[in-house]
Design a protein around this ligand. Structure first.
Ligand code: DGL
Length: 284
């Protein structure tokens, strides 16, 4: 393993960029290898078997492209797939659930933690269990309308505002003093959520802790990059132009060019159409 190998990051779409920006902040020498599964977004309403299958395609792709560690920058995959696949790969894999729940448990004063997440994450019960094991109460709200609107570049739209009003109402009625943003797309809505919930409610984004955890693992393994920073690389299974446009707008910075990578359904083969040409990778 070489120190200048990238950190692999994946999500269903642009949500993982909220984790990517935290990697850039905490580990400025590390380069990123990002996969956004925009051809199959949203993940939130998909059955667990499908989410597991997708992770089993994406992680080998990231490894084959040189990832020295993988951050699962998707709560749905962290909740539904990670417990089943964690031991299958030879690189460290970090997920969001423990870091996210841990941050919320520290933030809450009244012991009532609200969480906004996808249907899949809510149904998994993973965050509720972690919060309840920490001695606090969890109020989980599924928000199926949000990810498609964010992917469509609708942040700031009346539709998002109306959806948030509805999703946040039960958390306000429950008296939650903390709201966990348990989907990596939602930190892009932080300003709007704050405006609806008011200044007394803390918002928790798991990204800071999950990246701190990745940093600890790399440090312990002697794998933090000490030399020159490599290039960031972005791949998506959908339209690269859409991803670059929406992602750049959300981050407020121009993302580098993005390539298309369609992962093979049948196993661990994949192909990367580059410059109009189909190139088959080796069978892993
Ligand atoms: N951003 C992902 C998450 O954290 C997935 C959202 C989706 O595709 O539904 O759960």
């Amino acid at each position: 393993m070489k120190l200048d190998q990238p950190i692999g990051v994946f999500d269903s779409g642009v949500g993982g960029l909220t984790v990517a920006r935290e990697i850039w902040r905490q580990m400025p020498r590390e380069s990123l290898l990002y996969f956004g599964d925009t051809g199959r977004v949203p993940y939130g309403g998909r059955p667990p078997e499908e989410i597991i299958r997708f992770s089993r395609q994406i992680i080998p792709f990231l490894m084959d492209e040189g990832a020295k560690l993988v951050v699962v920058a998707c709560n749905t995959s962290s909740a539904l797939a990670l417990p089943h696949i964690r031991g299958e790969f030879s690189v460290p894999i970090v997920g969001l659930i423990e870091p996210g729940a841990g941050a919320a448990l520290v933030a809450s004063r009244n012991g009532k933690i609200g969480m906004l997440a996808t249907e899949g994450t809510v149904k998994s019960g993973a965050y509720q269990k972690a919060v309840e094991d920490g001695g606090m109460q969890a109020y989980a709200q599924a928000c199926p309308a949000l990810v498609p609107l964010i992917e469509a570049g609708q942040v700031g739209s009346p539709e998002i505002h109306a959806a948030l009003e509805g999703y946040l109402e039960p958390l306000r009625s429950a008296g939650a003093d903390t709201v966990l943003l348990a989907c990596t797309h939602y930190p892009f809505l932080e300003r709007e959520i704050r405006a609806i919930m008011g200044p007394g409610v803390k918002l928790v984004d798991p990204a800071e802790r999950v990246v701190a955890r990745a940093r600890e693992i790399l440090t312990a393994g002697g794998l933090l990059n000490t030399g020159a920073r490599g290039e960031d690389r972005f791949y998506v299974s959908g339209d690269p132009g859409d991803f670059q446009k929406v992602g750049s707008r959300l981050l407020g910075t121009v993302l580098p060019g993005c390539s298309k990578a369609v992962l093979d359904e049948s196993g661990r083969r994949f192909f990367v159409p580059a410059e109009g040409e189909m190139k088959w990778s080796k069978k892993l």
